[in-house]
Write a protein that binds this ligand. Structure first.
Ligand code: BCO
Length: 565
């Protein structure tokens, strides 16, 4: 097959609105990227017109349920009107300007969708973050990004108020809450009086739109920046062939709003295809609530991390009759073939695994209709040319393990992240010859199916979370009991892998009750950094394996955990 040709040039704005077919052609690289693109104006407002003309099924654009009886159903027109009000709030009382960076730390509530769309309407660069972030995490994000604004819900107030004095660039704090609070602008109050008239900014296709913080082996998370077109138009194909979307679908993607998977599944892919985004607030994951939701609502398409399916197949699924469910997807971490088989046996539905990253979106998938090989993450998704390469950038033959990489040809594909902000070294370190390196190891078989092997670095993928060992080690060292630690992945039947910390104790703690100390250290990490990173396993050791230059050999510990030595 011919490798795709990436378009460097952009075309002048078309006189006619972009159609779904246009977006697909752009995503396939069959036609150039338009000079300007704005997801709110070019996609959402178009669906609003179609809705008015009766060219879309009469289902909501956003359907949110709290789980305790509250429900929100918005048509595209209502979404448009509320998000225009929100856009006026962001630019007028909040005083934010095109290009300003805004942290959004909200749970799965309708306002997350409003504020994100409002940022797009106004050209603000939004930075989603999970509500699990601690004060230290938020401080780092606000300082590193020089964010001018922050939008949060009530539970995040103490964390932000404890660090805001150290954030000289932060000028606007917007609170999503029924209560007002001194020092904060109130989103609901301001929306009530805001105008629903707003002219969408004509953003450039390559203009920054969003920043996601993503963990690596060393240092603090990097700022992966996406453009107005990369995760929007760049997810048209994935929506069509992996998610198999039509405007009559009701899509439930469970991901937390802080991850790019929420943006792909619960915003861009779904709305590009005019489908209904279904959201359950689910503050804490619960398998029974999850299954009840699938039986009570006409959800057609469901996407969750493999860990969720591992938890679900432990239930007697035959007791449940899912109303309309027809297509099931998973991604974020490897799926075991046994879980796929059990899910299919109990529900009659196949599980379609996809593979991607914050930086590049979905790059491999078991598309609807393709033969699924249990354990494989499917084939490269158009227009990506995914290959397995060696350390010199040579393509390896089928069956050989190597680095999972994407061929670049002459230029950077528009659907990639544009850069790690303020980090040109790390941005260029992702390139090897003519390839973008994902950092994952894998294999391709002779049919073109890809098989995940593991990370090439020390990053831990647990329950779909990407966790940098350095971040956990940095949290542990703050505790007086810890002299030194090494953090690696360890196998787990439910979460795929979990964080394990090897800890050398300081003298005063050497005779401590180790069970109690384990809980104390876990609790300490949960308070210091986002709790999902806490070490679920802790082992106390006398020494750590090191190189002659004194660097900890995490790979020795990891290989031991995985029974490789
Ligand atoms: O399991 P534990 O109870 O011991 O600990 C849990 C929570 O209880 C705890 N926690 C949360 N908030 C806390 C807190 N502790 C103290 N204070 C707080 N404020 O921390 C632990 C968090 O673990 P969890 O989030 O895994 O919780 P849970 O309930 O077990 O959830 C299971 C999953 C599967 C629902 C969850 O792990 C999940 O959502 N995973 C998927 C993540 C995901 O969406 N990844 C996609 C990333 S984007 C990507 O991959 C790119 C693809 C293109």
């Amino acid at each position: 097959a011919q490798p795709p040709r990436w378009h460097l040039h952009t075309a002048h704005q078309l006189w006619a609105p972009l159609t779904l077919a246009d977006l697909e052609a752009i995503n396939h690289c069959e036609r150039p990227l338009p000079k300007n693109f704005n997801f709110a104006g070019d996609v959402l407002d178009q669906w609003s017109h179609k809705e008015k003309k009766g060219e879309r099924p009469a289902i909501p654009a956003l359907w949110w349920v709290s789980g305790t009886g509250d429900e929100v159903k918005w048509s595209f027109e209502e979404l448009g009107s509320w998000s225009r009000k929100a856009a006026n709030v962001l630019t007028q009382p909040c005083g934010l300007k095109r290009g300003d960076r805004v942290a959004i730390i909200l749970p799965r509530i309708p306002e997350w969708w409003l504020v994100s769309v409002a940022c797009i309407r106004t050209g603000l660069v939004f930075m989603p973050g999970t509500t699990q972030l601690t004060a230290k995490d938020i401080l780092y994000r606000l300082q590193a990004s020089k964010a001018k604004g922050i939008v949060i819900s009530e539970e995040v107030i103490p964390a932000v108020e404890s660090i805001e004095s150290q954030c000289p660039h932060l000028k606007t704090k917007l609170l999503v809450s029924p209560q007002s609070r001194k020092g904060w602008l109130n989103f609901h109050e301001l929306c009530r009086s805001a105008s629903a008239e707003h002219s969408c900014v004509e953003t450039g296709s390559q203009e920054p739109m969003a920043i996601y913080f993503t963990s690596g082996t060393t240092g603090s998370p990097k700022m992966a920046q996406h453009t107005q077109s990369s995760i929007t138009i760049g997810n048209t194909i994935c929506g069509r062939y992996w998610l198999d979307l039509k405007s009559s679908d009701v899509v439930w993607n469970m991901s937390d709003t802080g991850w790019i998977k929420a943006a792909i599944g619960s915003l861009f892919s779904s709305w590009i295809h005019g489908a209904c985004v279904f959201v359950h607030q689910m503050i804490q994951f619960d398998a029974d609530t999850f299954l009840d939701t699938l039986t009570r609502y006409p959800i057609t398409t469901m996407c969750s991390a493999p860990t969720v399916y591992r938890m679900l197949v432990q239930k007697d699924l035959r007791r449940y009759k899912f109303q309309k469910l027809r297509h099931c997807l998973t991604g974020g971490e490897p799926l075991n073939p046994e879980v796929l088989e059990q899910w299919e046996k109990q529900t009659g539905l196949q599980l379609h695994e996809g593979y991607g990253q914050t930086e590049v979106g979905i790059i491999c998938a078991n598309e609807k209709g393709q033969k699924i090989k249990p354990g494989s993450m499917g084939k490269g998704i158009s227009p990506y040319d995914v290959q397995i390469i060696d350390e010199n950038g040579n393509i390896l033959p089928p069956g050989e393990e190597g680095d999972i990489a994407i061929r670049l040809n002459s230029t950077r594909p528009f659907c990639f992240f544009s850069e790690y902000v303020d980090n040109p070294e790390k941005t260029s370190a992702t390139i090897r010859g003519n390839f973008f390196i994902t950092g994952d190891r894998g294999m391709m078989d002779s049919d073109g199916h890809f098989w995940f092997v593991g990370r090439a670095d020390d990053v831990i993928i647990s329950s779909g979370y990407r966790i940098g060992p350095f971040e956990v080690e940095s949290a542990l060292i703050e505790h007086p009991a810890v002299v030194e630690s090494a953090v690696v992945s360890s196998p787990d039947p439910v979460r795929g892998e979990v964080v394990k910390a090897f800890v050398i104790l300081s003298a005063p703690f050497k005779s401590a009750d180790l069970e109690k100390l384990t809980l104390e250290l876990q609790d300490h990490v949960k308070k210091s950094t986002a709790p999902y990173k806490y070490p679920r396993k802790v082992e106390f050791v006398q020494e750590l394996p090191k190189t002659i230059t004194g660097k900890i050999r995490r790979n020795n510990l990891r290989d031991h955990e995985w029974g490789r030595i």
